[in-house]
Design a protein around this ligand. Structure first.
Ligand SMILES: Cc1ncc(COP(=O)(O)O)c(C=O)c1O
Length: 383
């Protein structure tokens, strides 16, 4: 039996009041949570590892989102109909597309999975790159399709000519992750637009912009959203897990024309929950958090690459929330050496088995990383 029906009207009002008071109290704590999470994680005596393996946001998330969650708590016995509509409206306004172009999901991963399920079929293929993000292509294979993976160029960037050359009469989709995960490199926006406009009929461009807010020039300079607005065959995915710091809440979305949305909807398994919806809507109305997050990422990322330059370590030009660097040590071994010093770094990304992806954490975390990194590299005779 649920507790809610047992509460009288007065009790329900007072539970809402308690939630609001709780929200106010939480808000007074929020600056510590949002801006000094590291102090909580790495206080003297803390045994917690430095977690820079999963591209999570170490700078917290919006206080306005936190307050919206607190205020919504008494109502989570209800479905998220209204809150989903409000989120769709907020996203549509941000992307400058009609509401029926927006598909909110539990993280952006489901957009990738749905697209793969909708387009995969025996004999059909998706073209992408290696190393790259594999969620869409793995699902495409599971559902009977084939994948054609193209190597990156010497700068570890997309080689659009090579991607184009891999497209054949059985290609139904090109998966473009921009910035690419794990390398963090981006594609010149004009070249990418020309490439997409030039795709053969029947080939959909799936553009995954999970980290694009952190690129030089940001969404304004680099997003492919204008092609969606123009009606091109593009499916674009975005997430609240990265720059907005809400990975654990699971909110993301796809932007695409309604005919594509209808095709993907056949595989929809549920949208974001009520707390995720209100938090995401509130995040979009909190430019202060967004700017703090972007500028923190960029300044700590630069601190890391400056040091790598001094050490003479090779890395791909990073435009996301991580840096991909050459250690020269087999990645499994390198992970274990770092973990022994309480620093968790990224997994293997075939075929670059002596490179490592390191997520950007707080300045303190990355200072710790850099000193452990130096020791480990010296121990391996690489410095
Ligand atoms: C490139 C890329 N796309 C999509 C995702 C999916 O993330 P989420 O489902 O949390 O939005 C990730 C997660 O790391 C990613 O790196």
């Amino acid at each position: 039996m649920s507790i809610k029906p047992l509460l009288s009207g007065m009790e329900q009002r007072s539970s809402r009041l308690v939630a609001s008071l709780f929200a106010a109290a939480a808000l007074s704590l929020a600056p510590q949570v949002a801006f000094s999470q590291h102090e909580v994680d790495t206080d003297e005596g803390s045994q917690g590892p430095v977690k820079i393996n999963g591209n999570e946001n170490a700078f917290g998330y919006s206080q306005m989102a936190m307050m919206a969650i607190m205020q919504e708590l008494p109502d989570i016995n209800r479905y998220a109909f209204e809150e989903t509509m409000e989120l769709i409206d907020a996203i549509a306004m941000r992307e400058m597309v009609p509401g029926d172009y927006i598909m909110p999901t539990a993280g952006s991963g489901p957009v990738l999975v749905m697209a793969a399920m909708a387009y995969a079929a025996p004999g059909k293929n998706v073209v992408s790159v290696e190393p790259g993000y594999t969620q869409l292509i793995r699902t495409f294979e599971k559902f009977g399709g084939e994948t054609k993976l193209v190597a990156l160029n010497d700068e570890l960037e997309y080689d659009l000519e090579a991607v184009k050359a891999a497209i054949d009469e059985n290609t139904v989709m090109v998966y473009l992750c921009n910035p690419n995960n794990p390398t963090g490199t981006i594609v010149d926006p004009d070249e990418l637009k020309a490439f997409i406009r030039d795709l053969p009929d029947g080939v959909v461009a799936f553009v995954d912009e999970a980290y694009l807010e952190l690129s030089e020039g940001g969404l304004e300079a680099n997003s492919m959203i204008s092609l969606v607005r123009e009606g091109e065959d593009v499916i674009l995915a975005r997430t609240f897990s990265k720059v907005y710091g809400m990975a654990g809440l699971r909110v993301g979305y796809g932007v695409m024309k309604p005919e594509f949305k209808k095709k993907l909807s056949d595989f929809h398994m549920g949208g974001p929950n009520k707390l995720g919806c209100v938090a995401a809507t509130a995040s979009l109305q909190d430019p202060a958090f967004f700017e703090m997050s972007v500028s923190s990422y960029k300044s700590v990322r630069k601190m890391v690459t400056d040091r790598l330059d001094e050490l003479g370590i090779e890395y791909a030009t990073p435009h996301g929330s991580f840096v991909f660097m050459k250690t020269g040590v087999p990645i499994k071994e390198f992970q274990a050496l770092m973990e022994a010093e309480n620093v968790l770094v990224g997994r293997p990304f075939p075929p670059m088995f002596d490179w490592c992806r390191v997520s950007i954490g707080t300045e303190e975390e990355m200072t710790t990383f850099l000193s452990v990194f130096e020791e480990v590299m010296k121990g391996q005779g690489k410095l």
